[in-house]
Every structure is written in structure tokens, then in C-alpha cells.
Write a new protein. Structure first.
Length: 93
């Protein structure tokens, strides 16, 4: 029997494992009296994130969509203006 195929009583006894495998992208087939009855799949496709927890550009864009249109104002970048201060001139020492 394939690893993604479960007898009904086994699927009931190990339901957490069946769901975990389905969420990992491996559809799980449940049989009743040896006949295929249902297939359990993930409701939402999940993209694996990096082990370091770094968000990819695609993930950032997808998550930022919910903030569009809320009227949030992001301040523009400002340029720092530098000026020479003669009090700190060390050239004449």
C-alpha cells in the first residue's frame, strides 16, 4: 500500500499525521473497504519559507497587499544635509 493511502480506521487513529502530510503538499487518499473514498489535501497552498526566517520578495509583496488603500502615509526619504563647522576643524592644530 502506498504511503499516501490510508484505511479509514488507520486514518481516524492517526488523523494528525494525515493532516500534517496533506498540508506538506502530499494529498492523502482514504479508502473504505479497499475502495478509494476521499482525498485529503491542503485547503491553502503554503510556500516554504527559508530556514533563517527571511521573507522573500514575493512573500513581502503578497503580505503588503493587505495594507494598500488604508491611507497609510510613508514619509519620503530625506537627504541629510552636511555643513562644515569651523569649530571642529583640526587642520590648523
Amino acid at each position: 500500500m502506498a504511503t499516501n493511502t490510508w484505511k479509514l480506521q488507520d486514518a481516524k487513529a492517526q488523523f494528525s499525521e494525515v493532516v500534517r502530510l496533506a498540508r506538506a503538499g502530499k494529498p492523502q487518499l482514504v479508502t473504505v473497504h479497499g475502495e478509494p473514498a476521499v482525498t485529503i489535501t491542503a485547503a491553502k497552498k503554503t510556500r516554504p519559507r527559508s530556514a533563517a526566517g527571511v521573507m522573500t520578495t514575493a512573500d513581502f509583496i503578497e503580505q503588503s497587499k493587505k495594507y494598500r488603500g488604508l491611507g497609510l502615509k510613508i514619509p519620503p526619504r530625506t537627504k541629510m544635509k552636511l555643513r562644515f563647522d569651523p569649530a571642529f576643524d583640526e587642520s590648523d592644530s
